[in-house]
Design a protein around this ligand. Structure first.
Ligand code: PEP
Ligand code: MN
Length: 339
């Protein structure tokens, strides 16, 4: 960490500033330049609140971190080897590109079974379905909750597809015993108690980026889960809030590349919530594959017009099958295994 000092500050104050850090166990280096004087701090600076230091002393003008605060999810800790997460016999990460598909929300046994069988036939490797739904309006369909999870489990039994579903708070953890991947939704990305709770699980966690969160914040949330004991985190870019109103969100395509550069964790993207518009899902999916993501999660419905949630962005079963065909063709040039 480097502190750039206020040019007016006297030497004795600088000495006192450096000494105070040394007493806390850090080494310090003073660098006197022609325009700036800087103090470089060496040691475990992860716990230092940089803003607090800058704003509570008149010695420092501004500061900068040299190393990232996220350690366990940092690409460098794994000697640059990417993590592959296994879910049953499905691999996620480093050359594998599984497609996760299914309805936004579980509506009925018949609906989920119809969709599950069809998307499996088309090549999806994991079934998604929301049982607990975070809805903007308290009057909107809130999901089938525990019964919804049972329906997903049934679909898993019938098709053999592993299942992923969103958990909304830590009191629900026991209900997720037979769910293969626990999803933390965008609205809960910084629910730190929930992050710590899923950090105690042995199963993979699909962590979606918050609507207005930076990549560093996403990585720090992943760090919470890994630091709590669960190394199996999959990051998911799902579109962020921008000034654009024609799409529901804006797919941050560079986020995928950046996250892959910064972290060894698998990075997937969600083209459905990114745009909120069915006709954009296939083009965005191809873009996601092209920039090097490790998979996609796509909302699919047997009757999108009558879906209880997110029908406008859901592919019908035929459109999903067409998308899989397109992706498989492109996977050859991208050297990805879509299986
Ligand atoms: C979802 O995947 O069903 C969902 C609610 O997504 P997000 O948290 O990204 O809005
Ligand atoms: Mn949805």
């Amino acid at each position: 960490m480097v502190f750039i000092l206020n040019p007016k500050v006297k030497q004795e104050k600088i000495d006192g500033f450096m000494k105070s850090w040394e007493q806390k166990g850090f080494s310090t280096i003073l660098s006197v330049g022609t325009e700036h004087t800087a103090v470089c701090l060496i040691g475990n600076t992860a716990q230092i609140d940089l803003d607090h230091v800058v704003h509570t002393t008149d010695i420092v003008d501004y500061g900068k971190r040299i190393t990232e605060q996220y350690k366990a999810v940092n690409r460098t800790v794994h000697e640059n080897v990417s993590t592959i997460i296994k879910v049953g016999d499905v691999n996620i990460g480093d050359g594998f590109f599984p497609v996760i598909s299914g309805p936004c929300s579980v509506e009925s046994e018949e609906q989920v079974l119809t969709i599950a069988k069809s998307v499996k036939e088309s090549g999806a490797k994991i079934l998604r379905g929301g049982a607990f739904k975070p809805r903007t309006s308290p009057y909107a369909f809130q999901g089938k909750q525990a019964e919804g999870l049972q329906i997903l489990e049934l679909a898993k039994k019938e098709t053999g597809l592993p299942i992923v579903s969103e958990i909304m708070n830590q009191t629900q953890i026991d209900l997720f015993e037979n769910v293969d991947i626990v999803q933390i939704g965008a609205r809960n990305m910084q629910n730190f108690d929930l992050l710590k709770a899923v950090g105690g699980l042995k199963k993979p966690v699909l962590l979606k980026r918050g609507l207005a969160n930076t990549l560093e914040e996403l990585l720090m949330s992943a760090e919470y889960i890994v630091a709590s004991g669960n190394p199996n985190v999959i990051l998911c870019e799902r579109g962020i809030r921008t000034f654009e109103t024609m799409t529901r969100n804006t797919l941050d395509i560079s986020a995928i590349v950046m996250l892959k550069q910064k972290s060894h964790l698998p990075v997937i993207a969600d083209p459905s919530h990114s745009a909120g518009i069915r006709s954009l899902v296939a083009p965005l999916s191809k873009a996601i594959l092209a920039v090097g993501a490790d998979g996609i999660m796509v909302e699919t419905h047997n009757d999108p017009a009558n879906a209880l949630c997110d029908g406008a962005q859901s592919l019908n079963l035929e459109e999903f099958s067409d998308l899989m065909r397109e992706l498989k063709k492109r996977a050859v040039t991208e050297e990805k295994e879509i299986y």
